[in-house]
Design a binder for this molecule. Structure first.
Ligand code: SF4
Ligand code: SF4
Ligand code: FES
Length: 279
């Protein structure tokens, strides 16, 4: 199931040049319905309301938005703490991915108040009231907040994300100067959360052929590595009107990266390398 439209009222009044009727082209079985409003915790004075997207393909019902109210005085500070509390104490069927709760595994990426981010490093202080939580957009929804990332990881595998090099004749490891090592800064930190790819309009329309910002940032991470010896083959693979050049520098990717990385710059570096090898 792919979320194509929502009944969310816009938070801000924006000028609409081409208003589209709500739920246009969305079959009735996929229209998002109002869901269950769970009881508020008794006696709680400091509460947070979370409106959470729910979808279970096994019950045959359309997706819905459930509303949960959390006692913040009895909960950790982050959105992931609230989701874990809901799952443990209110509704054990709530489904989401998480692992590290440190912002390093990339599992808990979701759409939070309209922006792709990691639930474990998003403070509830920063959320709207009520906050609105959806799965990452543009991914097929498997259940609740879990999107299908198989295509994204298949694209990742396609760029051969490992060092390709002959063994050094000296028989020791490949050495790298501190200066060359610093060229990986801003790229090696990517945790493959796919917040950027999910927010990229070019990937929405051409995701079958355009590799998207996360995978292209990873491609640059290996192109920039002085120990890698497959630069020519890597560039040959990327030299394609869709795989690389469907990026139109809209920079949604850079705006949404929860690790503060710049996939747009990585893509520009690949394009520059492509040009310099042709000249
Ligand atoms: S800069 Fe390129 S990759 Fe990033 S959001 Fe825009 S089109 Fe997508
Ligand atoms: S570049 Fe940022 S948003 Fe994109 S996958 Fe890597 S960490 Fe996530
Ligand atoms: S749980 Fe690992 S990044 Fe959030």
């Amino acid at each position: 199931m792919l979320i194509k439209s929502s009944d969310e009222l816009p938070r801000k009044t924006l000028f609409k040049r081409f208003p589209i009727p709500r739920n246009a082209q969305v079959p009735p079985e996929f229209r998002i319905q109002p869901g269950k409003v769970w009881p508020e915790p008794e006696g709680a004075e400091n509460v947070k309301r979370l409106r959470i997207f729910r979808y279970n393909p096994e019950n045959g019902k359309p997706p819905q938005i459930d509303t949960f109210t959390i006692d913040r005085d009895d909960c950790g500070p982050m959105l992931l703490d609230a989701l874990l509390k809901i799952k443990a104490e209110i509704d054990p069927t709530l489904t989401f991915r998480r692992s590290c709760r440190e912002g390093v595994c990339g599992s808990c990426s979701m759409n939070i108040d309209g922006t792709n981010w990691l639930a474990c490093i998003r403070s509830m202080d920063e959320l709207d009231e009520p906050a609105t939580i959806y799965p990452l957009n543009s991914l097929d929804v498997i259940r609740d907040l879990v999107g299908d990332q198989r295509h994204a990881f298949a694209q990742y595998a396609a760029i051969k994300p490992w060092l390709q090099a002959e063994a050094p004749s000296s028989g020791i490891e490949h050495l790298q100067s501190p200066e060359d090592r610093s060229k990986l800064d801003g790229y090696y930190e990517c945790i493959l959360c796919f917040c950027c790819t999910s927010g990229c309009p070019s990937h929405w329309w051409n995701g079958d052929r355009f590799l998207g910002p996360a995978v292209l940032l990873q491609a640059w991470r290996f192109l920039a590595d002085s120990r890698d010896q497959a630069t020519g083959e890597r560039l040959d693979e990327l030299d394609d009107p869709f795989r690389l050049y469907r990026c139109h520098t809209i920079l949604n990717c850079t705006r949404t990266c929860p690790k503060g990385l710049n996939p747009g710059k990585a893509i520009a570096e690949i394009k520059r390398k492509m040009i310099t090898r042709q000249s």
